[in-house]
Design a protein around this ligand. Structure first.
Ligand code: NAD
Length: 248
């Protein structure tokens, strides 16, 4: 797809990996729509301020995209304003960790809804307009945990593995319409999500990473950006691993 004049929607775009993805697309002066569900607006405001300082048109919405109705209403609003969505990055995600023997039904359901159902909700909302435009790029953020598992993350790993099946299926359904659908599976990336880990756990993780460091949000953003660039136009249904070699 042409890399100019795009409308780019990034879920979970207020901070962490989503913020970096927004800043990467902003280099092309794309129009950016951030979606988040933070308790307060401070992170989203900081991201919007940074985008504004780069002269980029951007807006943010606080919406729980795990709700089919709320996600649908949000995309209706976005589509009526811009007339199209060129890029959708399904990046919003949460963890509610615990060993399966102690995991509550609530923690299972919430993670499945926020991490997996939201991907259905948002993709479903943009697919028809993308088909109409005969162009579009969807990138779903999975995780290395969805590929190799991670003790204490049965809910999270399952949701992230589900994203891979979803990605490949939708890629097949819309390939003939000029739309690519791919997944990016990050390893351990330095964000709020992983800063909660103890120093000892972080150290032992680094020891397992062939490239010898925890990843930066920029590492993931670059892969997402590239997948939606003209040069990646022949790539669909793939999982791009951004994990320092943790899983090969
Ligand atoms: P983060 O906690 O820094 O940010 C999460 C974002 O998701 C926030 O903007 C938050 O508001 C949004 N969000 C959460 N629930 C939402 C909801 N119901 N509706 C709308 N938005 C919601 O997380 P991060 O570390 O930047 O992770 C981003 C993505 O990358 C997630 O899907 C995560 O699972 C995945 N990931 C992260 C790592 C890592 O090491 N950080 C590794 C692999 C995959």
């Amino acid at each position: 797809m042409a890399d100019t004049d795009r409308v780019v929607v990034i879920t979970g775009g207020s901070k962490g990996i989503g913020r970096e993805i927004a800043l990467r697309f902003a280099e092309d002066k794309d129009r950016i729509v951030l979606v988040h569900y933070d308790a307060d607006e401070s992170a989203a405001k900081e991201t919007l301020d940074t985008l504004a300082s780069k002269g980029v048109e951007a807006e943010s919405h606080r919406v729980d995209i795990s709700s089919y109705e709320d996600a649908g209403a949000l995309f209706k609003k976005i589509l009526s304003k811009y007339g199209k969505v060129d890029v959708l990055v399904n990046n919003a995600g949460i963890t509610r960790d615990g060993l399966l023997m102690r995991m509550s039904e609530e923690d299972w359901d919430r993670v499945m809804k926020v991490n997996l159902k939201s991907v259905f909700n948002c993709t479903r909302a943009v697919l028809r307009p993308m088909v109409k435009e005969r162009r579009g790029c969807i990138v779903n953020i999975s995780s290395v945990a969805g590929q190799i598992g991670n003790a204490g993350q049965a809910n999270y790993a399952t949701s992230k593995a589900g994203i891979i099946g979803f990605t490949k299926t939708v890629a097949r359904e819309v390939a003939s319409r000029g739309i690519t659908v791919n997944a990016v599976a990050p390893g351990f990336i330095d964000t709020e999500m992983t800063r909660a880990l103890s120093a000892a756990v972080r150290e032992s993780l680094v020891e397992q990473i062939p490239l010898g460091r925890i990843g930066e949000p920029e590492d993931v953003a670059e892969a997402v950006y590239w997948l939606c660039s003209h040069g990646a136009g022949y790539i669909t249904g793939q999982v791009i691993h951004v994990n320092g070699g943790l899983f090969m």
